[in-house]
Design a binder for this molecule. Sequence first.
Ligand code: SF4
Length: 486
Amino acid sequence: MPTAEVAHETDFEGWRKAARAFRLAGVDPAAARFAVEGSSGAGSLFDPGPENPGPGVRGDAGGESGFTVPKAFVDVAQEVILHRSADRFDLMYRLLWRLRAEPDLMKVVSDRDVADAMERAKNVSRASHKMKAFVRFRAVQDEAGEAFVAWFEPAHRVLEKTAGFFVRRFTTMRWSILTPDGSCFWDGEALTFGPPASAADAPQDDEIEEFWKTYYASTFNPARLKVQTMQGEMPKRYWKNLPEASLIPKLIAASRARTEVMVASSPTEPNARLAKAIARSVRDGSYEEGFVASDLNELKHGVQACRRCPLYQDATQGVCGEGPRAARLMIVGEQPGDQEDLAGRPFVGPAGQVLDAALEEAGIDRAEVYVTNAVKHFKHEPRGKRRLHKTPTTNEVSACRWWLDQERRLVRPKVTLALGGTAALGVLNRKVAVTQERGQRLSLPDGSAAMITVHPSYLLRIPDAAARVRERATFIRDLKAVRELL
Ligand code: SF4
């Protein structure tokens, strides 16, 4: 049986030369055999011959004097060769052979071979898409500093096809992606490919995974859970390499109970005791325009009764800061979120967990920090059963600066750290480009220092694992700079 060898599983050029030689020699598809070098034990019967100048260019040997193939065939064949099926070379050659008598074959989508090839090409494209979505990098240290390594098992051989995506996305980082088919390395300048790897070659876990799991669990919405759809988007074959996958069975199991709680507890209403306390604050005159608190407790009552802007109308309660009265560091966020609004305490939701972990890593004890927000009432809009965060306007931030300034006057922090643009507006009383001014020592009118960085919720919203890792590292670097100021 005429046998042609290709150099490796995805050697499209090798297959094309061999297939061209087969067709020119009149080898029927039923008789042609393709094998990957080293796997057949047979020598190559067909010399590839001179470099094939490309599809659509006439050949010059054999009974057939030359031939052209439509671009549609080449496009599909380049995908099909990445499919893991053992008979993909045969299918491609069968199509190439049939194109001789049926030049418009690729347009006949009902044809069995064409449909088969299209389906395999679609599977390959899907595998590439899944790779973009499910590669999870882990941080490692080597002699050149920080690098990132990911282990991934693609459904088809899409490493080379997809590597360019990661180069474009993570150009400034050094990273490696290891797969059972091969590996690729990006050093910030050049992309190189290497031999297959095993899971043991990749680091097993790191703290970033905990961060990602926290994010995943906090954003998992049981009311929207459709198990089949979820498994379609995140097929089980990828679960073993996804840190968040370990949470999925538990989250699914708990989803019914969580949904019931969500339904029962929404829309959120302030509880009666709290409503009474707020009404009493208003009646007692705890708040009046120009109210100045003599201590943090008074300030709390004043905030509950505040009517300086409309945000009190839809919130459960005003959320003041908390922490030591004489804290040297004050951290200012944007506004309470859904969980903070219900609990009446700042930074107790997912962003608070990210902040806590980052503070710890930066060597700052949260118990010694006064944590508050630029705006004290939760601004949101209803979306079904949920309350979605809305950014406060400049006017609302300006109105609420009345309380932030009082907190700063009472606590007298040595350093104030603003998390994000809204917080910076509240602290500095001017609009700030966070990316330009972050990490710099700024001065406040009372002579104390201020610094700006991103809000932890920003880190939670970054979809790409590696970008998230990088941004989190920068966030911690900013926190360390704050510690130095202290
Ligand atoms: S957001 Fe601030 S200014 Fe507006 S009502 Fe609440 S406490 Fe008052």
